[in-house]
Design a protein around this ligand. Structure first.
Ligand code: GLN
Length: 553
């Protein structure tokens, strides 16, 4: 196989311009042309991984098959490319320094002064090339987090400079994403910040090869030529990245702008077949032409920030499209429900066609989640619990159906008389917080004739995990008798993976995180079933004649 080529994606002028979406879109287009592509994210923070970060800091923590806790951009990569990423796809400054310091302690650099250049930059370069060296990829796209000029990202830019130099023109290029701000007073898009940003890259010794300019309005040829002239690039290498209604439009916009052609030309690769994006376009057509809508309540404690539940949000969107409806996601703060009476909760959640209780850690907002679950269970409203959402469903059932007063998870109350959720055995001696949960892909055996089986259509599945606590199996019989049954179990550890209430129209709660595996081309089956049942419920609500009895429990 030919040598792997590298595209580095950097950002300038402002943060949050969408480097991850740009990288994913480019990856998608190259993939459609028949290239094998992967995307890597380099994050310039000192945490070893984002696993210990509050979602308010950095959005959700994404989990890979092999159990890496990673930046949420890896979720975009997977959703766009429909391929799995791994540990190697997310590198942080923390990981780099940890490795270098461990090597230093081992004596690998004996006699030498360990410095940012060359030791840190060498480690960055090694991590960048690790994916390429597997021989599995024609192109590795490496996104450098942060904005050019940040102190934190300097070693990364230096590593890019060195790699570009070592690998040569045709093998490594830089795609720089900037912003063309619109000044309403003069009614113009301004190019100066972009010029400065390119200059700042140049000061670090890096000439960008392609410029993507984020803009609210289309840019004309004159502006393209002007930007090209000031930034030492060809006009064909100035790519307009105009604001899109949905992130899923961006690959098509980038195709129209010829980004993929330009990248291939610069990397001296054959252009391959024109990207047809047939399934992608089909998805978009359905996305933009829904035949109805459904209201889903997302109950969580980080709801102010959309990115905190990004994968759940996207999985709900994918599942809506699969059902040809628009999913209206209504974010409800679990803390806001805590002081409400049952009637007030019913009023607050009354317009919802389905309720999803989100994952989380710690006790804040937990009682609100439990109240929402009580409403869903007793009101026969389709319910989907994920991870902590499942654990809360178990607690609610224990308290209100099995009358185990004060039942709780030992995470929230380690003195509870009824620890229906408790710490996994192999977590008891764990002291370090980072990377020590039950993480990544584990298998689950599903009972036939259940909601889970209806969704997956098979008995053996595997899903990604991120938790320390689990259902306490000593209560299993009591729950079965009471009407909440285990429908999915991890065969190796008998760990409960899925619970359901068969007398309810659709009450499904999972210990794993199905949201991480939903992609544009493969919406997740449990999310799809959830939306399907929410839709049925919605239709029934609007035709009262057909209204069903409420749940039996
Ligand atoms: N805090 C719970 C646990 O550690 C749930 C985790 C989660 O929702 N991801 O088990």
């Amino acid at each position: 196989m030919a040598k792997t080529k590298y595209v580095f994606v950097t950002g300038g002028v402002a943060s949050s311009l969408g480097k991850g979406i740009l990288a994913s879109s480019l990856g998608k287009l190259l993939q459609e042309r028949g290239f094998s592509v992967t995307i890597q994210k380099l994050d310039p923070y000192i945490n070893v991984d984002p696993g210990t970060l509050n979602p308010y800091e950095h959005g959700e923590c994404f989990v890979t098959d092999d159990g890496a806790e990673t930046d949420l951009d890896l979720g975009h990569y997977e959703r766009f490319l429909n391929v799995s990423t791994s540990q190697a796809n997310n590198v942080t400054t923390g990981k780099i320094y940890l490795t270098v310091i461990q090597k230093e302690r081992r004596g690998d650099y004996l006699g030498k002064t360990v410095q940012v250049i060359p030791h840190i930059t060498d480690e960055i370069k090694r991590r960048i090339q690790m994916l390429g060296e597997t021989g599995r990829y024609d192109v590795v796209i490496t996104e450098i987090g942060g904005t050019v000029g940040d102190i934190e990202s300097l070693p990364y830019i230096e590593a890019v400079r060195q790699l570009k130099w070592e690998m040569g023109q045709d093998n490594a290029i830089v795609l720089h994403l900037t912003l063309l701000p619109f000044l309403s007073a003069s009614g113009e898009l301004k190019t100066k910040p972009t010029q400065h940003s390119v200059k700042m890259l140049l000061e670090a010794g890096v000439q960008c090869d392609i410029l993507a300019c984020r803009t609210e309005f289309n840019i004309d040829d004159d502006m393209r030529r002007k930007i090209a002239l000031f930034c030492n690039i060809e006009p064909s290498a100035v790519v307009e990245a105009v604001d899109a209604d949905t992130i899923y439009d961006v690959p098509l916009f980038m195709k129209d702008e010829g980004l993929d052609r330009e990248v291939l030309r610069k990397l001296n690769l054959p252009t391959g077949q024109e990207p047809k994006l047939i399934e992608w376009k089909e998805f978009l057509t359905r996305f933009k032409n829904p035949t109805g809508e459904v209201n889903i309540g997302l109950i969580g404690k980080y709801v102010e920030l959309k990115d905190s539940y990004l994968s759940i949000h996207e999985a709900l969107v994918h599942a809506g499209v699969k059902n040809d409806v628009k999913t209206n996601i209504i974010r409800i703060h679990s803390e806001d429900l805590e002081e409400l009476s049952d009637e007030e909760v019913a009023r607050e959640l009354g317009d919802l066609d389905g309720i999803l209780v989100a994952p989380g850690f710690g006790s804040r907002g937990i009682e609100g989640k439990i109240k929402a679950i009580k409403y869903a269970r007793t009101g026969n409203v389709p319910f989907f619990g994920i991870c902590l959402g499942m654990q809360c469903a178990v607690i609610e059932f224990a308290r209100n159906v099995l009358h185990l007063h004060g039942a709780n998870s030992s995470e929230m109350d380690d003195t509870t008389k009824f620890p229906v959720i408790h710490l996994q055995k192999d977590q008891v001696d764990v002291v370090d917080k980072g990377g020590t949960m039950r993480l990544g892909l584990y298998s689950c055996k599903i009972k036939k004739g259940t909601n889970a089986f209806a969704a997956y259509g098979e008995q053996y599945i595997s899903e990604r995990h991120r938790h320390r606590y689990e259902f306490n199996n000593s209560y299993a019989e009591e729950f079965e008798k009471g009407g909440m049954i285990t429908t999915g179990v991890n065969p190796e550890k008998s760990l409960v993976e899925i619970v359901e209430i068969p007398s309810h129209r659709w009450f499904t709660a999972v210990q794993f995180h199905p949201e991480y595996r939903s992609t544009v081309l493969n919406p997740h089956p449990v999310f799809t079933e959830f939306i399907k049942h929410a839709l049925i419920f919605r239709k029934e609500k609007s035709s009262p004649a057909k209204k069903k009895k409420t749940a039996a429990v």
